[in-house]
Ligand binder design. Structure first.
Ligand code: UDP
Length: 239
């Protein structure tokens, strides 16, 4: 029902991959600028927006560990990479006059506040954008799981996952021209069919707590504002 009335507080999950634009590594300022503009517009409409950013444009723990690195250390490299993305988004938002705070799960007091849930909520209530970095601060998790956990802890009504595809399909739409897109799914369908929404840890956390997930095309014109406003877009996974 909340979906029809629009959201009041959301967590926007941005993949690190998107930040790289067409490149494989690094940060494309055009992308970050585009995302910041949209977030500024949504915040201007009074919606409380927290952001979780991935680190796929820097390091992924699994990939580094396949190259022989110890998994835990590799995952910490991955988490640190997400913080670089957070600072980039913070800079673009502040240049637009949007107040922001970066809160990280790994302490680094020169660059960011520590993650303090009640303080995060207070920032949001004041109209600030809170950007959560370093995932959950623990190896073997993903930033998708961090987005779901943060959403639950700060009382957000949905996790909005901006990706490179415009929703969830029954098969890979890049490989299969007949792939069918879902408007709406329940968590069990996602898990049993192995649909690519979020990793199973993240999906089951949302399932256990009835937290809706919206998957949408991040770079589609106007999409971020529509998703944040709770308009119908992409695929919604809900109870
Ligand atoms: N990571 C982690 N714990 C967390 C979140 C992230 O260990 O709670 C590490 C993990 O190695 C992951 C990397 O950080 O591969 C980057 O995050 P993710 O792969 O979720 O980024 P995305 O795919 O969204 O760009």
């Amino acid at each position: 029902a909340m979906h029809d009335d629009g959201w009041h507080r959301v967590v926007l999950k941005l993949s690190g991959e998107a930040f790289a634009g067409g490149d494989e590594l690094g940060i494309d300022p055009k992308v970050v600028s585009y995302v910041a503009d949209a977030i500024a517009e949504a915040v201007g409409q009074g919606i409380e927006v927290a952001v979780v950013i991935g680190g796929g444009n820097m390091f992924r723990g699994v990939e580094l560990s396949q190259g022989g690195m110890e998994r835990g250390r590799a995952d910490y490299m991955g988490m640190l990479g997400t913080v670089i993305n957070c600072l980039a988004l913070q800079d673009f938002l502040e240049r637009l006059g949007v107040d922001t705070r970066v809160q990280t799960s790994i302490h680094m007091s020169q660059v960011a506040e520590a993650y303090i849930p009640r303080r995060a909520v207070r920032h949001l209530e004041k109209g600030r954008v809170v950007i959560f970095g370093a995932g959950l601060g623990a190896p073997f998790f993903s930033t998708d799981t961090a987005a779901a956990q943060r959403a639950l802890e700060i009382g957000a009504q949905a996790v909005l996952k901006g990706t490179q595809v415009d929703g969830v399909y029954d098969s890979d739409p890049h490989r299969n021209a007949g792939a069918v897109r879902f408007d709406r799914l329940n968590y069990n369908e996602v898990l049993t069919r192995g649909l690519k929404v979020m990793d199973a840890t993240a999906v089951s956390l949302c399932m256990d707590n009835g937290l809706p997930i919206v998957v949408f095309d991040l770079m589609g014109q106007g999409n971020i504002v529509r998703a944040v406003r709770g308009e119908k877009i992409g695929t919604i996974v809900c109870p």
